[in-house]
Design a protein around this ligand. Structure first.
Ligand code: GLN
Length: 560
């Protein structure tokens, strides 16, 4: 699985491009400043001027990838077509630019060290002492520059906050990179917080000054400062920051909270972010950006013609970032139908005791998202049953589809003991672990007791759709490719019984063995998918299934 970082630059396909310019994005003062969103918005603005862009994320933590981290810790794990489990910021990058992220766009300290130590054990360092500088920093630099051919700009976001011990090798590497790629080809943006002190009635610039001083101590002088703040930045504060931080006054960009994340590109453009970045590269004749895409999305979001309420019955409902792409895909479905989508997060575990009908009756659509583990599963199965019996639009994603199959087996197909081997041994494994399957790269095999990291069915797989299905009608295609991240599969041996009971298998893997989509033709809208369609939805290209689900919820809203 793991891609080697240390390819020799003289090897074919290495892809260092001398034409590519680099934008390095660091954060200071506090975390959660929206650096990822800023990177995504800036990339979208450069793209709107006709440039080719790619965004990369450097994560200083020691996990090899976020795949084994709890969604409570780290939010959603974003999966790429090439099967990488990556940081959720890569989802923002893709949603804003439409550029499909790859394994090579996300690196962690863990991956760097794993790669270096593997090479050290093999004897590849020929007796040298292996050190942070140059070995770790060289690996980071190689990662930043690999596969950049044809790109005008590569944006590199450094996770964490300046001052963290674990960020240091990354900051040192990006410092060195400006010498490697030429100073004119590297621009540094530092993102900080300008807090408002209510008691003093003023904004405070000191944390920004300290943060930039710390960055300069590492040898990086930022060209542009992005100052997050809850109040407009007065001209005097802008001047002060510019003076103390040694940046041009116009390059102090104020970033206030936006009504929607999709307003962020327009807001940054109005503040001059893209102009300042281009100016820092000495580019003064760039074409004006075509912002029609973003003004259109903004207009649709802020002028809805109705609203629908969707109940999401899940487990990680206390941690919204755990369902980041899902939330966004629902918003995109709203954009496509010109309605506002209200999301109600419902804790599946509570459904095991509560009056489920009272909780679900106000919903115009019910969605059971992906998830892991048994907790809350009976509540999810009960929600599927409610949606089926009351003819409420239902969308089951990954674990949600598996729950829909178990519900059908138990309550309609007469398989009372239906279960999934994920939750332990079961007499009727309607959902079970498969240990062999075909991928584009050939036969994949896993063992039952194998490692948890990087061992799921991951990334893009094709599915064939039944001609007269709801899925085929929505996609307008008979073969699709969608991203997967799961260990268990609906067991094709139950297909006949489930179909006879009314749940049709309308999407299958090309070899016909892995169920990919189930649906109920006798229902207002009932679709379960084994993959994660939310990962590929974009505000300017809403996913067809989310578009269809929200349209069905609109029809439902007229009934209740
Ligand atoms: N836990 C299930 C599996 O591993 C579903 C995973 C998911 O919903 N992403 O198959």
């Amino acid at each position: 699985m793991m891609r080697a970082l240390w390819r020799n630059p003289t090897e074919p396909g290495y892809g260092f491009s001398p034409m590519t310019r680099f934008i390095f994005i660091t954060g200071g003062v506090v975390s959660s400043l929206g650096k990822g969103l800023m990177a995504a918005a800036l990339a979208a603005l450069l793209q709107a001027r006709g440039y080719k862009v790619r965004i990369r994320k450097f994560d200083p933590y020691l996990n090899v990838d976020p795949g084994t981290m709890s969604p409570y810790q780290h939010g959603e794990v974003y999966v790429t077509d090439d099967g990488a489990e990556t940081d959720l910021d890569l989802g923002h990058y893709e949603r804003f630019t439409g550029v499909a992220s790859r394994q090579s766009d996300n690196i962690t300290s863990g991956r760097v060290y794993q790669d270096i130590i593997t090479k050290e054990r093999r004897g590849d360092f020929l007796g040298a002492t292996v050190q942070v500088i140059p070995h770790v920093t060289d690996a980071i630099k190689h990662f930043a520059r690999a596969e950049t051919e044809g790109l005008d700009f590569v944006l590199c976001e450094i996770g964490g906050t300046v001052g963290d011990i674990e960020s240091l090798p990354f900051l040192e590497a990006i410092r060195q990179l400006s010498a490697d790629v030429g100073r004119a080809n590297a621009v540094y943006i530092h993102c900080t917080l300008v807090p408002y002190l209510a008691a003093a009635g003023e904004l405070k610039t000191k944390p920004t000054q300290h943060s930039v001083a710390e960055l300069r101590g590492i040898g990086i002088q930022p060209h542009v400062l992005v100052c997050r703040s809850e109040h407009p930045l007065p001209d005097s504060d802008r001047a002060k920051i510019a003076l103390f931080c040694n940046v041009a006054k116009e390059a102090v960009i104020a970033a206030l909270d936006a009504p929607s994340i999709y307003d962020v590109p327009l807001q940054y453009h109005a503040e001059g972010l893209d102009d300042q970045v281009l100016a820092a590269f000495g580019i003064h004749d760039a074409p004006a950006p075509n912002l029609a895409r973003w003004t259109g999305i903004s207009a649709a979001l802020h002028n809805p013609e109705g609203e629908v309420t969707i109940g999401v019955v899940g487990k990680y409902t206390g941690m919204k970032d755990a369902y980041k792409s899902l939330t966004e895909a629902l918003v995109h479905g709203g954009i496509a139908n010109r309605v506002k989508v209200n999301i109600r997060w419902l804790d599946a575990e509570e459904f095991e005791n509560d009056d489920i009908a009272a909780r679900l009756e106000p919903m115009h659509g019910i969605l059971v998202p992906g998830g892991f583990g048994e907790r809350g599963s009976e509540g999810k199965i009960a929600s599927v049953r409610f949606a089926r019996e009351r003819d409420v639009p239902f969308f089951g994603i990954c674990l949600g589809m598996q729950m829909a199959c178990i519900e059908a087996a138990r309550n309609q197909a007469g398989v009372a003991a239906a279960g999934t081997t994920e939750f332990g041994p079961t007499a009727e494994p309607v959902v079970g672990m498969i240990t062999e399957w075909m991928s584009a790269a050939g036969l994949q095999t896993r063992s039952e007791g194998g490692d948890l990291g990087g061992t799921m069915r991951l990334g893009a797989y094709e599915a064939r759709l039944a001609g007269n299905s709801v899925a085929a009608a929505h996609y307008g295609a008979s073969t699709i490719s969608e991203r997967h991240r799961h260990r268990y599969e609906v067991n094709v041996h139950y297909r006949d019984r489930l179909e006879a009971s009314g749940l049709l298998f309308t999407g299958m893997s090309p070899d016909g063995l892995l169920p990919e989509i189930v649906e109920r033709p006798d229902h207002s809208w009932f679709v379960g998918v084994q993959f994660h369609p939310e990962l590929k939805s974009k505000p300017f290209d809403p996913h067809p299934l989310f578009k269809g689900f929200i349209a069905a919820a609109m029809r439902q809203s007229r009934l209740v």
